[in-house]
Design a protein around this ligand. Sequence first.
Ligand SMILES: Cc1ncc(COP(=O)(O)O)c(C=O)c1O
Length: 408
Amino acid sequence: MSIAARREDFPLLATQMHGHRLAYLDSAATSQKPRAVLDAVRRYYEEDNANVHRGVYELAARATQDYEDARETISSFIGAAAEEIVFTRGTTESINLVARSYGEKVLGPGTNVVTSAAEHHSNLLPWQQAAWAHGAEVRYVALAPDGSVSPDALAEVVDAGTRVVALAHASNVMGTVADISAAAEIAHAYGAVLAVDAAQSVPHRPIDVRALGADFLSFSGHKMCGPTGIGALFGRADLLAAMQPVYYGGEMIEEVTLQGATWKETPWRFEGGTPNIAGAVGMAAAADYLRSVGMEAIHEHEVELANYLAQRIREVPGVVVYGPKGQRDSGVVTFNLDGVHAHDLATALDTEGVCVRAGHHCCQPLMRQLQASSTARASVYLYNDREDVDQLVDALVKAKEFFHRVAR
Ligand SMILES: Cc1ncc(COP(=O)(O)O)c(C=O)c1O
C-alpha cells in the first residue's frame, strides 16, 4: 500500500493547518488514529457498552468478552500470554505499578536499581521513589556520546545487589535503541529483573517479550494509533503472581471481610475499579491495524524516513542534530537551530503546518548532559512521507532566515 493511501486511513491528516498541508511530525508524543480504531470504539459504545466482570446479563457478557478479547490481542501483539497483560492508563502507570508493587517486594538496604540518565521521567521517578522509600540505591549507567546505553557500560554497574534494571528500549529524545537482549542477559546473570520502557518501541517495531528477555514491559495505546488513557503492562506470569495489588477497590477481590481480603488472580488483581473498556477495545483495534500493515514494514519505513530527515536537516547550516552520527534505527530525530530557542522554532514551524515537539521531552537529566535547556524533536510514523520531511526542511530554512534577520 502506498503511503498516500495509508494517510487516507487517518482522517485528521487531511486537515489544513494555517493554510498548509498538515505535516504531523510528533508521533513520539502521540500518534494519529486510523478510522479502524475510531470505528471500533464507536461500535463498542453503540452495541456492547456495559460494565465488565459484573453483570450476568447478555450485554455485560459481551462487554466482558470485548475487554478480554482485547487483552488477548494485545498479548499476542508482543508474544505474551493473556494473563501477563495488565491494562493500565499508559506507560507511566505501568511503570509506577511495577516500581511500587515489585519494588516493595525486592528493594531494601544494600540493594540497588540500575537505570540511566537518558530515561523519560516516567521511567526515572517511579524507580527513584521506590528505591529511596525502601533504603535502596539508584545507580546510573554511563551513557555513550550518542546517548545510548551499551552492554559494556551496563555490566560495569550491575552487581549482586541489583534487583531491577530499568531501561528504555528506544529513546524518546536521542533516537537510539538499546540492546535489550544483552541487558536482559546481564540483569539475569545477577538475579535481577529487566523492566523495559517500551513506549517508543512497541508502536514502531516487532516486539517479542520472550526473545527480548524482558521481565516487565510497559507501553501506551495512544502512541500506537490507539486511544489515550489506555496502556499495558506486561509482567512475567510468575512475577505478577507474587506481587501485591496497588489499587484496592471493586473488581479486584476474591473475598472481603471486615478483617481482611483476598485478591483475584493476575492480571485482574491489578485492575481495581471499572477499567477503560472502550480504550482497551480501541487499543486492540490499533494493534490489529498495525499488524495488518506489518511491524517490520513500519519499522523499515520509519528508519528510511528518519535517516532522510536527519540528512536533510543537517544540510541546513546552523542545525545541530543529536543522537547517532551514522545510521539511525528509530523514527526520532532531535535537533536545535543555532541561536534560536526550540520553542520559538517550533512555533515558527507551526505557522507552515509543521508539528514538532519542543522542550525537555520529560528528560531533564539528559538535557543537562546535552547542555541544552531544550531541543526540537521531529518523529515519524507509518503515515509520514518525504513530503512531510521536505515541508519541515523548507519551514526550517524560512524560520532560520526570519530569526537571523530579526537578530541582526
Ligand atoms: C520513552 C517514554 N517513556 C514513557 C513515556 C510516558 O508515556 P505516557 O505519557 O503515555 O504514560 C513516554 C511518553 O512520551 C516516552 O516517550
